[in-house]
Design a protein around this ligand. Structure first.
Ligand code: NAD
Ligand code: UGA
Length: 324
């Protein structure tokens, strides 16, 4: 077996997972990327996410659903597991769709943890992609990890359920897990259902931008390379068993973020306000003190720089997606 660190990344064809795979390869890891191409958004976008990875010699891609795959075989030689696979999207998690959230967030995570447990002696870390949505509609900002989580969406319930599963495998079995609570991640390859991707598409095509509610809700936006960096930092021994907020370091209203985008594009946009969406919290803002102290995490990319990079990427991509 090679002496390179060996990592398994679930959700490797997704937005965050594909960036993480690239970074791990740059750091000298051998990477097995797994993805089941769930149909939340199109397979062609996910294949494009993988395009740079497939030609890299230390990368192997496995198309498989975590609920069906032979996970025992997958863990051969694996030391680090980065569990990014999941059913994302806050607003779509109501009604019949909830089955997909239960399946891909809770059941898939439980199955992965069982498989990791069988290789306890070798596994040095399982990093779980948790979410700011576990907090819910909290009025005291910034949010710190001690706040009692009270999710406001069915999605948030499943992300919290899976996070708790990770922690209980740590407490019962000593599985070396870390949970990273990402706050609204953006950048190149952002999912087509997310605000910035939709806003950029609308501005570039002259369509109107749809804003949920009055647009005065705020988000702490995290540039994708900062989120990826947090995964690398989560391998530090002192991180084991911890839960950390991973934010961008500031918050902004959706109205102001859209104005910034207009300025970057150099053209105005027509705005249409519709009803606020069920499950969307009013504000998020991460207190990253703990991540700073234990992991050495510092968000590096400002919203202006990060948005400019996302805009550039959309312009260079052949066809900005209109799926959502
Ligand atoms: P994404 O949809 O782009 O990537 C997730 C990938 O997981 C997809 O390619 C999907 O096909 C795969 N997947 C889902 N269920 C699977 C299963 N059962 N088996 C195999 N593969 C499966 O989403 P993303 O935005 O990159 O998010 C990655 C993770 O980070 C998710 O767990 C999400 O909940 C979490 N998260 C994302 C954000 C954000 O702002 N993007 C914020 C907080 C948390
Ligand atoms: C994002 C991700 O989509 C979730 O997967 C993740 O778990 C969550 O971050 C998190 O931080 O945990 P969200 O904050 O809703 O969820 O991200 P966006 O889709 O980018 O929306 C940001 C804001 O823009 C929300 O207030 C939303 O209501 C608003 N929005 C979104 C619009 O006004 N119009 C749109 O077309 C889309």
């Amino acid at each position: 077996m090679s002496d390179k660190p060996r990592s398994l990344v679930t959700g490797a064809a997704g937005f965050i997972g594909s960036h993480l795979c690239e970074r791990l390869l740059d750091e000298g890891h051998e990477v097995i990327g797994l993805d089941g191409f769930i149909d939340f958004y199109s397979r062609s976008l996910k294949e494009a996410n993988l395009a740079n990875l497939l030609s890299r010699p230390r990368f192997r891609f496995i198309e498989a659903d975590l609920l069906e795959a032979d996970l025992a075989g997958l863990f051969d030689g694996i030391e680090f597991v980065f569990h990014q696979a999941g059913q994302p999207g806050v607003r779509g998690s109501w009604g019949k769709q909830f089955d997909e959230y239960l399946r891909n967030n809770i059941l898939a995570t439980q199955r992965l943890l069982e498989a990791a447990k069988a290789h306890l002696g070798r596994i040095r870390r399982v990093v779980y992609a948790s979410s700011s949505s576990v907090y819910g509609a909290v009025s005291t900002l910034p949010l710190c990890e001690e706040v009692v989580p009270r999710p406001f969406s069915p999605y948030g319930v499943t992300k919290l359920g899976a996070e708790q599963l990770c922690l209980l495998y740590h407490l019962n079995d000593g599985l070396p897990v870390v949970a990273l609570r990402y706050f609204t991640v953006y950048g190149p390859r952002q999912r087509p259902d997310m605000a910035f991707q939709r806003f950029i598409h609308a501005i570039l095509t002259g369509e109107e931008v749809v804003i949920y509610g009055d647009g005065e809700q705020t988000r702490d936006f995290t540039y994708v390379s900062d989120g990826v960096e947090a995964n690398l930092l989560a391998l530090k021994p002192e991180a084991e068993g911890g839960t950390f907020n991973i934010g961008g370091g500031a918050r902004i209203t959706i109205n102001d973020a859209l104005s910034l985008l207009e300025r970057l594009v150099g053209q105005p946009v027509r705005r249409r306000h519709i009803l606020a969406q069920k499950g969307d919290v009013r504000h998020t803002f991460a207190d990253v003190t703990l991540a700073g102290r234990v992991l050495g995490y510092r968000p590096r990319v400002t919203l202006e720089d990060g948005l400019a990079r996302q805009l550039k990427w959309v312009r260079l991509s052949s066809s900005p997606s209109r799926e959502f």
